[in-house]
Design a protein around this ligand. Structure first.
Ligand code: NIG
Ligand code: FE
Length: 405
C-alpha cells in the first residue's frame, strides 16, 4: 500500500459532490477547509479535513509539507485540439492586422492549414507533439485532458491522431467532421467516406465524436447524419455549436442526447432556456472568444437558468493557443462574471462529467482519484485573481508526485 499525506495546507478547496453535474446555486458551493490535510492511498483520496482532526497514522506514510500552499482538484480540460503539427503564427499576424478567422477559413487557411501540416507529420511526430502539449497543460495544473482529432480528415491521419492522444494519456474524441478536406467536392460526399472508412476504427479508440456545426463546415442535417452513425458505433456525442452563427446545434444536441455543446458565443435566450432544461452540458471556451476577439458566451444566463456549465481551454493553434485553465478561470471571473467558486467547479468536476468521469475526477474527496494541484498561494481564489501567473507548485496525479516539465 502506498500512502501520502499532504499536511498543514493553508487551504483546501473542493467543489460539492454530486452524481450529476452541478447546476445553479450548487455550482457556487465550494467547500473550503483552512489548515487542512489530505490522505491518499493507492492513487485515491481516502480522507481530507482539518489538521486538528487528523488521526494518528501507523505504518509507512510519505509526508508532504503544505505550509503556505492551497490545494484544489487537478483541472480537467474537457475540450482541446492538442494533436497538431506546425503553427498558425502567420495567420495570427494577419488577424492582428485585421483579417478575421472566418475569412482565413474561407480562403483555405484556418483549420485546413493545420490539416496540411498535420498530414505531413509522421505518427511519431504527432506523439511527440501531444506529449509536449500535455506537458504544457500539466504545468498549468491540468491532470486530465480530452483531445480531438480533426486535423487529418483522411483515414490514416485521423487514426494516427487518436492513437497519439491515447499514447499521451489523453481522452480521444474523433472530430471527423471538423471541415471538408479539399479532395472532396462537398460535405455529404466527405461524410459518406468518413462514416464508411474511418468511423469503424475510430470508434475503437475514441470515446466520443464531435462535429463543427457552422457555415463553411457542416449544417445541422449533415451533423445529425454523422452523429447518429457515431452514436450507433457506441460513441458519446459532442458538438461545436453557436460559435459564429446559430445553426440549430443546441436543439440537435438535445435531440441526440449529446454530452455537450461547446462554444455558444452567439447562443440566444431560447438556446439558454433549452440547454437549462436538458442534460446537455454547456462547455464555455472564453480563451477562444478572447483570442478571436469574439463575444463572450452568455455564461451568467446559463448558470442562472440552471444549465450544467463547464469551462475548457479549446487549446489549438488557430483559435485558442492557450493551455491554461487557471487563465480560463480568470477570464471566467472577469469576462463571464462567474465567481471563482463557479469557475473552479466548472473546470474540475463539471468538466469531468462531460467526459463521463464525474464520479472519479474533479474533487478532493474520499473515493476520488488523488489528482491534486498545490497552488503557491494563501487562498485558492488566487488562481482566478492573479492574472496569467504560474501558480502551480506541486501536482499529484493518482497520488504520485508528477514531474513538471
Ligand atoms: O474549437 N471551431 C472549430 N474548431 C476549433 C478551431 C480549430 C482551429 O482553428 O484550428 C475551435 O475553435
Ligand atoms: Fe474546439
Amino acid at each position: 500500500m502506498s500512502r501520502l499525506l499532504l499536511r498543514d495546507l493553508a487551504q483546501l478547496a473542493t467543489p460539492a459532490g454530486s452524481p450529476a453535474p452541478l447546476r445553479g446555486d450548487a455550482l457556487d458551493e465550494v467547500e473550503v477547509i483552512e489548515d487542512a490535510y489530505v490522505l491518499c492511498e493507492d492513487g485515491r483520496t481516502v480522507a481530507a479535513g482539518r489538521m486538528r482532526d487528523l488521526e494518528r497514522l501507523d505504518g509507512d506514510v510519505v509526508e508532504l509539507d503544505g505550509r503556505g500552499l492551497s490545494a484544489v482538484p487537478g483541472f480537467v480540460d474537457c475540450h482541446t485540439h492538442a494533436c497538431f503539427a506546425g503553427d498558425r503564427l502567420e495567420e495570427f499576424s494577419l488577424r492582428a492586422g485585421g483579417a478575421t478567422y472566418e475569412e482565413l477559413h474561407a480562403t483555405g487557411g484556418g483549420i485546413l492549414s493545420t490539416v496540411r501540416t498535420t498530414r505531413a507529420a509522421s505518427a511519431e511526430e504527432l506523439e511527440t507533439a501531444v506529449s509536449r502539449h500535455r506537458g504544457w497543460m500539466l504545468r498549468a495544473g491540468t491532470t486530465t485532458f480530452e483531445a480531438k482529432s480533426g486535423y487529418g480528415l483522411d483515414r490514416e491521419t485521423e487514426l494516427a491522431q487518436l492513437r497519439a492522444i491515447e499514447a499521451a494519456g489523453g481522452i480521444p474524441t474523433w472530430l471527423g467532421a471538423h471541415a471538408v478536406p479539399p479532395e472532396f467536392s462537398d460535405a455529404d460526399t466527405y461524410l459518406d467516406f468518413a462514416i464508411a472508412e474511418v468511423l469503424p476504427e475510430a470508434a475503437r479508440i475514441a470515446t466520443a465524436a464531435d462535429v463543427f456545426v457552422e457555415n463553411g463546415a457542416f449544417d445541422a442535417r449533415q451533423a445529425r447524419r454523422y452523429l447518429s452513425a457515431c452514436r450507433d458505433a457506441g460513441l458519446s456525442l459532442r458538438i461545436h455549436g453557436d460559435q459564429f452563427t446559430e445553426q440549430g446545434a443546441v436543439p440537435l444536441a438535445i435531440e441526440l442526447d449529446a454530452r455537450s455543446v461547446d462554444h455558444l458565443e452567439v447562443t440566444g435566450p431560447e438556446g439558454v432556456r433549452a440547454l437549462a432544461a436538458s442534460d446537455v452540458s454547456a462547455v464555455l471556451l472564453p480563451a477562444s472568444a478572447l483570442f478571436l476577439d469574439r463575444p463572450m458566451p452568455p455564461a451568467r444566463a446559463l448558470v442562472d437558468a440552471g444549465a450544467a456549465v463547464a469551462l475548457a481551454t479549446d487549446f489549438n493553434p488557430g483559435s485558442a493557443f492557450c493551455e491554461s485553465l487557471p487563465l480560463v478561470c480568470s477570464l471566467a471571473a472577469t469576462q463571464l462574471k462567474l465567481s471563482p467558486a463557479e469557475a473552479l467547479a466548472a473546470s474540475t468536476v463539471n468538466a469531468a462529467h462531460v467526459l463521463g468521469l464525474g464520479d472519479r475526477k474533479g474533487r478532493i474527496a474520499p473515493g476520488y482519484d488523488a489528482d491534486i494541484v498545490l497552488l503557491d498561494a494563501p487562498d485558492w481564489r488566487y488562481l482566478a485573481y492573479h492574472l496569467g501567473h504560474d501558480h502551480v507548485s506541486t501536482i499529484l496525479v493518482g497520488g504520485r508526485l508528477a514531474e513538471l516539465p
